[in-house]
Design a protein around this ligand. Sequence first.
Ligand code: ADP
Ligand code: ASP
Ligand code: MG
Length: 814
Amino acid sequence: MKVLKFGGTSMANSDHIQKVVSVLLNQSTTDSLLVVVSAMSGVTDHLLKMAVMAASADESYTKEAELLALQHLTAVRELLPLEQQSSVLSKVKQYCNELEELLDGVYRLKELSARTQDKIVAFGEIISSVILSAKTQSLQMNQQWIDSRSLIITDTQHGNAAVDFSATNEKIQTYFKSHDYKYYIAPGFIASSLAGYTTTLGRGGSDYSAAIYAAALDAEVLEIWTDVSGMMTADPRLVINAKPIAQISYQEAMELSHFGAKIIYPPTIQPVMHKRIPVWLKNTFAPEEHGTLIENYSAASADFIRGISSINSISLLSLEGSGMVGIPGFSKRLFEALANEKINVILITQSSSEHSICVAINESDTLKAKRAIDAAFHIEIISGKVEPLIVETNLSILALVGEQMKSHPGISGKMFGSLGRNGINVRAIAQGSSEKNISAVIASRDVKKAINVLHETFFETTYKQLNIFVAGAGNVGGKLLEQIRQQQTILRDQLHVQIRVIGIANSKKALIDENGIDLDVWQSRLADAPLSSIENYFAIIKDKNLRNSVFVDVTASDVVAGVYESLLTKSISIVACNKIACSSSYPSYQRLKSLAKSYNALFLFETNVGAGLPVIGTLNDLLRSGDQIQKIQAVLSGTLNYVFNHYDTSIPFAEVVRKAQAEGYTEPDPRLDLGGTDVMRKIMILARETGQPLEMQDIINTSFLPSSCFDGTVDDFYEELAKQEAHFQQLYKEAATKNGKLKFIATYENGTAKVGLETVAPESDFYHLYGKDNLVLFHTHRYHQQPLVIKGAGAGAEVTASGVFADIIRVARI
Ligand code: ADP
Ligand code: ASP
Ligand code: MG
């Protein structure tokens, strides 16, 4: 005997039922086949809905009942030849009439007992199995319909009845001894109490019915046919990269289903495991695929973690109090209180001090549990020995399952490390002493992210995915996206990093695509994207809660800089060329750095100083490797360098500045550059990176601009600059007579920083500095004879974008 179970999706409509029939016809065995079926998909839910409608005096249940009848009648018409339809149609109609009568009764009484509800939902499996039976009959397959209610006997716990195995096994064995058909077709899910009332085995219970039959009959195999090719490493609806598991042990399958893998109803394994009957999970829609074989052992394989599953709608109950320490019987009383209310405990943890016991239960049982436990510990609560039960809701359980994890150290470290790096807070942890699973209670909103994080950690060693959100789609943003586009394949192949740009926003619009934006067409997609405020964009980023998220700020906006703090607290890394955050007050710079540390995110801003030049990275490398900075000297303004490289008194200074502005080398108000503010910000950031709590007002700025230049508008400034030509000629000549050149230099030494115009001699490193190049000299303990020199273009969209890109890759490599 072989037992085959077909789920709701396999029975969903006539097309699918045809597929079921071909699976049956393609079985090569000469043995008998027992076929257990679910209701057509959605029908059980539909029946429950109608029952509740009728009980709450909502007349529209009659319309729903008509729809349900039509669904089944249509399947019959589509499956059977015309001349064979009438008897089956009238049988189905008769069931539908009985159902309506029951619903009418509920409607009149305005009351729905668990017993009546079972009677109502049973029609789903009864009608679907009758239809399959009629179809196989019409194909002259030697078949017999059997009523599971006469063979599977349970207690009277309607909705979730417990099987009386001795009565059941005897009935099943007796029945099959006296019959000899090739095919038996039976409804799953339903059974009856000893008194003969219809009962059901719990939602998803058809799997269990099939296992009960298989165990009673010592079947050669139990095949569970569904809509996926076996048990996957994670729920395929949550993890795109989930892959089928070829072989798994009973224990592992049980753990995965207990912790939420919906593909198999948890009690299913128990009866077949006792008899060592293999369970084969197969796909009705792709029968050629291997599927999953569940057997008595766990085959050794590289994937020693077999799967990850999760259960939503969990509550955590904590019983705490000093009165519990060292006194036996507390946990017994706690579990008894729960058991008396028939509340299922999914996970338990107890602190070793015995100061608290924590249990996870289904959220729907919370109120009942709270009442029962507070009542059971009433005396201790009023005497202050125990606190009233603490309840937390909106939680989920995440479980990592694999029998062989016991022989691999470091699994939990890896698990909690990757959850932590992604800002997922773990509320409780349990690990079975048999080490078949490690489970953690987390907030439900984090489940999808957490499963994907763990899946990546344990099953996708091939590459790491980075989810990028870009703010600013201007010059630098555009260049950055182009560089990412060009480099995407190489990064994936060589560094095993998959960079997906999920969001691109400017001040007016936001484009979001969770599957990754095609960077060939981002401009047009952004143009077509809906209007969105930048605040809305931030909200979406937080709400998406994707793993390995990186926020890239290529704006100069203070609103954007203002959001870093809240993103870091979500463990979203920040890469910024925007200088505002790092040059705000020292406490807020420091706060961002420490938030990044405590939330395991990175806060990187290499391009704040010297655009793409590796200035901050080098400084940090020196410091981390134990070197000491004695002095930093630097030309950090491309603008000032340009201006002084072009001014030789032949054209007026004001004209040179105008030209620099026309070529895009200055801020809209050139005084920000000429006045030295931008250079002050940069040397301050370098000083801060060395650990010095420097503020802007601590920096000495000897401005070469006469103070009159700072008054009025930009036009007034140019006018004043022209009037001051003699002053600039004087500066130039003084330098020229010394055979030197003018450079605007920032210096940091002994905890203080200054910026100002200096005359540099031909032997100075700064003398041969052209165009808009920057130059940084690190005088350190190790580089004491000659400083470490970093020199190159310190401005420009292309190089800035490449510095931002390098920071993004740094995030990928942690
Ligand atoms: P049936 O109607 O055939 O009983 P179910 O809907 O009960 O099917 O179970 C199959 C579904 O289980 C799949 O479609 C899939 O979405 C879901 N599922 C959840 N976790 C897993 C997992 N780990 N492996 C495979 N499927 C899973
Ligand atoms: N039809 C039932 C349900 O939807 C049983 C099953 O499909 O296994 O819960
Ligand atoms: Mg199922």
